[in-house]
Design a protein around this ligand. Sequence first.
Ligand code: HQG
Length: 184
Amino acid sequence: MDISRLKGNLRVRISKYMSYLLRHNPENLRMDEYGFVSLDELLEKIREHFPVDRRLITEIVRGDDKGRFEIVDNKIRALYGHSIPVNLRLEEDRDNRVYYHGTTPNAALKILKEGLKPMGRRWVHLSPTVDVAREVGYRRTRRPVILEINADAARRDGVKFYKATEKVYLCGVIPPRYIRRVEG
Ligand code: HQG
């Protein structure tokens, strides 16, 4: 990846680089089947590009507004967003009766016809509230469309939803019959 193109302050750029390595391309890092790499190896790799120490990495992880990463023992992984195959072993969520998905008007039209698909990632990403979905949508458009997923009905038909973080839930393909437009 072209590190010089990463935008934001130092912490944001480091976080984006971590997301790149842990979600999409670990390069020479050894990653286990659950998506974890050694924190020391990651640190060494980030140091090739940024002046960091272990404390800064743990601060970035702890202070992350979306809980993007998880540190367990001396290992670190991304909790969502992967395009590479990993077995996250997340807990199934049976509490939320609906989820939301914020997207562009164009994508929303397609989704209502074909269903929600993971596209470039391993899983479809859903939000627990309209507000969170709106934030996700704002990444791509000034006028996000918010779709509601009827999780109760989908679960009855065998669909499973997994909690990645407080703000991100993951699932496989969602057929259009469980999806309706609620805003935008
Ligand atoms: C769309 C960020 C056409 C889908 C965010 C989305 C999130 C379809 C795009 C997390 C489609 C995929 C994930 C279909 C889905 N036809 N378009 N059938 N099905 N789409 O980035 O959910 O900051 O892979 O609506 O905040 O936008 O990186 O998914 O627009 O939490 O931590 O295809 O990534 O978090 O885009 O975002 P993405 P997403 P981070």
